[in-house]
Design a protein around this ligand. Structure first.
Ligand code: HEC
Length: 136
């Protein structure tokens, strides 16, 4: 009798844990789905490679995130933070050409091209435009 009762008990535990495993699998699938959607919108996916935009060109926001955000989101090394209008106003006053020039060739603690020589002049200009547009 005792063995029979144990069997029922174990059966109940077993089916419960199988159910739990099935549920967590669904839950994981549910959680993965929205992450894929967010990446397609070109947002920061927490380190996952964002899907390239049509034509394989990365958006200025993507380039900024990979090459410039480490300093310009945090203020590291005294970098003016993106979105900090007070920090950017006097820099914007110098004119775009000066900003482009400093971003390409470096300026004090600002490394040339953010330390990414593979970024083209057009890449740099588009990123500077992106920073300026979001820091007024
Ligand atoms: C290692 C940190 C670091 C990285 C990476 C970095 N910057 Fe900077 N950036 C700085 C610092 C520090 C300054 C402020 C320099 C100063 O005013 O003395 C600055 C200033 C600038 C300025 C203003 C220049 C001016 O004339 O006032 C621009 C524009 C700029 N960065 C663009 C970029 C772009 C575009 C990238 C990515 C391609 C980038 N930065 C990556 C640190 C960084």
């Amino acid at each position: 009798m005792i063995a029979g009762a144990m069997g029922v008990l174990f059966g109940a535990i077993l089916s419960t844990s199988v159910q739990a495993a099935a549920m967590s699998k669904d839950a994981i699938a549910e959680r993965l789905k929205p992450v894929g959607d967010v990446c397609l919108q070109g947002q920061d996916c927490g380190g996952a490679a964002p899907a390239p935009a049509a034509g394989g060109a990365k958006s200025p926001a993507d380039l900024y995130a990979s090459a410039c955000a480490a300093c310009h989101n945090t203020g590291a090394a005294g970098a003016p933070k993106k979105g900090d209008a007070a920090a950017w106003a006097p820099r914007i006053k110098q004119g775009k050409d000066t900003l482009y020039n400093h971003a390409m060739n470096g300026f004090n603690a600002m490394p040339a091209r953010g330390g990414n020589p593979s970024l083209s002049d057009d890449n740099i200009k588009s990123i500077v435009d992106y920073i300026v547009e979001n820091s007024k």
